[in-house]
Write a protein that binds this ligand. Structure first.
Ligand SMILES: [Mn+2]
Length: 313
């Protein structure tokens, strides 16, 4: 079944002269890595094709690659591939529905079926691992630039091969990618680099995190605090794991105040939290999810539920 899907996807890509590749808003290295890795693999096989990366360039990920200029006309008779995105509302960039054919490649739990051709593998560590398997199954050449992109996404989504989503297939994909020439040390440095502002905010978080006896922890970052440390909500997402090694910790949440909503970033080591996220306009993985709260009352409700989940875990 899967092998057939992999052949179908590559066969479909082969039929289009124009391919536009999307991924989710507020991208992480897996989103950009799978998107850009797939582009390089397509161009290596079909140098004459027009392949574009859609969405906003994320400053913090510009070291990986920048996005292309995509216009509404580009979608005329084009194929759109959407990587790492569970539902259409989270697609970065307009125009996917104008494309002739849409392919979805993703490892998130299914939120919405979309596209003419879907390949969803929730067992895969990352969409980058899936793109690697797509190339492998079709016997495609992987240029070094693509290997770097895919490796970056695998490393980031597995927390350096430490999260439970890391499987034998993850290691074997990553191992194969190391056969290509790219600077792994530089990549790790770029993925890890922090700023003084973020470092100071981390100090604040470490001294203000609240922990319950059930092993639930919460951090509240108001706009005022973010402004004081000169860090944006998006940038603050980089330190969401900064106390994950705390003894007895089961799950934790960051409530980060934005202009119109309070961003909810949840992580877990014990109870599954994606259902809780789904109850509050969010979703994600069992151990890493995001949601939204309309006000501080709702954050209390969320934390109470998280604490209950920890109690039973
Ligand atoms: Mn991912």
């Amino acid at each position: 079944m899967t092998r057939e899907t992999l052949f179908n996807i590559w066969e479909t890509i082969g039929r289009y002269q124009k391919v536009i590749i999307h991924r989710h808003v507020r991208p992480d290295p897996d989103a950009v890595g799978s998107q850009a890795g797939l582009k390089e693999i397509i161009l290596c096989a079909y140098p004459e094709k027009e392949v574009k990366l859609a969405g906003e360039t994320e400053n913090g990920l510009a070291f990986l690659t920048e996005m292309d200029e995509v216009t509404a006309e580009d979608y005329q008779g084009a194929l759109a591939v959407v990587c790492d995105t569970a539902n259409t509302a989270r697609i970065d960039g307009e125009g996917v529905e104008q494309a002739d054919t849409v392919i979805k490649i993703d490892h998130h739990p299914e939120v919405e079926m979309y596209g003419d051709l879907q390949w969803v593998d929730t067992e895969a560590s990352s969409t980058c691992e899936m793109v690697y398997r797509l190339a492998e199954a079709n016997g495609l050449e992987i240029p070094a630039a693509a290997a770097r992109f895919l490796y970056a996404g695998i490393v980031a989504d597995t927390g350096r091969f430490r999260f439970s989503n890391t499987t034998k297939s993850t290691f074997s994909s990553a191992g194969s990618l190391l056969e290509y020439e790219f600077d792994r040390d530089a990549l790790y440095n770029d993925l890890d680099v922090t700023t003084e502002e973020l470092l100071r905010l981390q100090g604040y978080v470490l001294s203000h995190v609240q922990i319950t006896e059930n092993g639930a922890a919460q951090v509240t970052l108001t706009k005022e605090t973010l402004d004081k440390f000169k860090v944006t909500s998006k940038e603050a997402s980089a330190i969401v794991n900064c106390f994950s090694n705390l003894k007895g910790l089961k799950a934790w949440v960051f409530f980060v105040e934005e202009d119109d909503i309070i961003r909810v970033r949840m992580r877990s080591k014990k109870p599954e939290i994606h259902h809780l996220a789904a109850e509050h306009q969010g979703g994600g993985h069992p151990m890493a999810s995001g949601a939204q709260a309309q006000n501080w009352e709702e954050t209390k409700e969320i934390f109470k539920k998280l604490d209950d989940l920890c109690k039973d875990a």
